[in-house]
Design a protein around this ligand. Sequence first.
Ligand code: ADP
Ligand code: ZN
Ligand code: ZN
Length: 870
Amino acid sequence: MAEQLSLWDLVGEEGAGGACSPDGMEPLRPAGATPDASSEGAVAPDGTVSSRGAGRTRAAAGLVPDTVTASGERRLAQGSEPVCGYVSVVVDVPSRALSDPFAYAVPASFDEEAVPGAIVLVSFHRRMVAGYVVMRASELAELPGAAGLAPERVLPVRSVLAERAFGPVSAQLAFWMSREYVASVAECLRLFLPPKATPRVRKLEDGSYEVERPKTKEVHERWVTLTDEGRGYRPAVNAHRQRQLMEALSCGPVTTRELNFLYSSMSATIRTLEKKGIVAIEERRAWRGVSSEEHRLSSARAQVPESLTEGQRAALAAIERARKAEAGDVVVIDGVTGSGKTEVYLSAIEPVLAAGKSACVLVPEISLTAQTVGRFRSRFGDAVAVFHSRLSDGERLDQWDMVRSGAARVVVGARSALFCPYRELGIIIIDEEHEQSYKQGSSPRYHARDVAAEMARRYGCPLVLGSATPSSEALERCRRGAHRGQAWTRVEMPERPGGAVLPRIVVADLRREFSGGSRSIFSRPLHDALMGIVERREKAVLLHNRRGFAPFLMCRECGCVPTCKHCSTALTYHERTHTLECHTCGSVYRVRPYPAPGSRCPQCGSPYLAKMGLGTQQVEDALRQLLPSDVAVIRMDADSTRGKDGHARLLEEFDAAECAVLLGTQMIAKGLDFPEVTLVGVINADYALKMPDFRASVRAYDLLEQVAGRAGRGERPGEVIIQTYLPHDPVIRAVASHDRSVFLSHDLAMRLDAQYPPYVRLVNVVCRGRSEERTRSFANRFATEVRRVLKLRAPASAGRGSGLVVGGLPVVLGPASCVIERAKDRYRFHFLVKAPLDYDVSSAIAEALARVGEERGISISVDVDPYDLM
Ligand code: ADP
Ligand code: ZN
Ligand code: ZN
């Protein structure tokens, strides 16, 4: 038995963490600070009443703790100080139930700092917590809903931890997000704070409290400049050092750090000349995070084109109309790959900057950054701030401050860049609008497209959504012409500028290849096309998307596949390290090299084991065997792009090579603009098609369309070869014929029939817990409560629901086990709510959640408009 088990040779589990992404579910903390049962809802700063009914700011209960060690605090309020006003404070306690603001008094010594947007330290249910001021009034009764409170019950603000961290519109947005996504206001407000600014308040053993302050600090640099009189200064002939310094400064100011680096210790010389008044030293804030990498790529320059295409002019006209209307209107640019959408973004930003306002540009993937950012920098120079996940804390802080100070008025970044402290937002642009990465996977589970639309409405600025494959949600809103009171317009850009033609598409039928006896990874057409690239010294991009369908080991006799001990997912076989890895929890199991003699199936003992699936590493090996050694083969996937500049380095290599093949996962499909690429190959399109999700085919279509768009962007025509076992699938047929309607009509009919978005709204509620029974029963109770709330809200005229959602009543499906039944030792159950588009489904779920209450050991995630249903 032991011998058989040693097949996978579970030498040991190397622990979770690392590679896998946490699924981000937040436990609902057992209520240590239960809200007053008698209290009702609350009023948001914009005057709207939260879901729980009539509004009132509550008084915080509890005594003021005696001692507070607030390290780094300037001072604490004294109990006896006179009160000079009142504030509504959202306490930062991880519970959905505590979203409503509480009233606190402002001691006279904090009069100036305790303003909306400030972070304060307050006493709450006998402990000290951080909180966010969302409103201020001189009389208690002026705070919405606080009229009934007795002033002597209201506790004082104990300290101000940070001055104004967010503005009034941000506070309103946080309240809106909290309602829309059934999340606490505090966690929504946190999105708007400076990086790493969330204060942590800890209770020490002696009962006192300590506030942990962010460790990230700004840095200053000393700049050396020639003074006016210094300009004419001629150092003595033998003053060698002085001559060097004068020469270095002749072109402009230089930092002392650079001077000392270039000339090894220049300090004494600088001091001497400073005394003489020849140079001046000035301290300036250093802006970390502005790297030169974006300038280096040859393709990253954005020359202004001589003339715009007809489509580009139409798009710009629509954006200009939306800008003038100041109503937050939305323009969807439906433009084929390479049609010049980025050029439209650049041109649309110009009048915004001229009007003194800021621009927010969201791009989906890290792989986009180097090239896209380069194009923005070459047009707008240093006024561009950048946010991506590879920034260090210090860089992030500096980029954030560049925006707050107004030094940067164009921000290019991932979805979180929405929450920067813009000084007057004048336009929001979302590139590749259909991308799933705009949906946040942990609470608050917002979608950047929808938050951006709400921001556009509140700022009265246009929202531009660009894509070669717009989401069905965006298309449906354009078809209706409006959504939530904002106009939605679609502009088509069907042509590439300069007459560049769309690439020719070839579908290679793998069934025929196989029956023809071929066992190669490369079909005949792909093989020949690669040889053509070598001959003509051109470049190719090969997509191998193994996401969700990674290589694994399978027993050919009993079909057994090793799964993770903690999760119900199949383990992925990593050939180079001889490990089986769980991509859900990150556990690593070491195995014997395969095929090792004596390996046997743990279930049936069979020696016949097969490696199923094909990883990028294997394709890379096969490519190197196929191609002559002077052709660069560059592999780009999660493994090869670790490290800070991983992406940029590989792209530079590809850029610089004379003849090269770039092989990668879906990260290569988007945004890359290399005119020399004439061939795109898809190793196996079927991986993307076969996922158990109603969005699987649209995702496959997007991916294929995007990667096909990498070919033929320059003068030479492009060719795309798609290998598949399913040549008749509507997705493949649509891509092959450059006719999206083939796929869209099929997909939309399916969605209407099965009642999925864009025709209805979905909410996915997942409950997780260690005990299968308790989790199941909790999910049952929660679902029952949701059904009850929905029924209570249904108009009396409504008949018994026929189950029709479109134009009808919401329905609850489930609970049932999730597709991934178990992850990280937690059982997972979920139910789905389908509701008509205009139905306020969020508040119904919030109400049901408040009724069932929180349960120890069970975590709940409410995902409104979900993308991940597994
Ligand atoms: P998209 O973002 O739609 O994929 P890009 O903005 O990357 O397209 O444009 C594709 C290529 O066409 C780029 O190299 C760009 O510089 C060029 N381009 C864009 N607009 C024009 C134009 N009006 N005239 C000539 N070239 C253009
Ligand atoms: Zn077996
Ligand atoms: Zn696992």
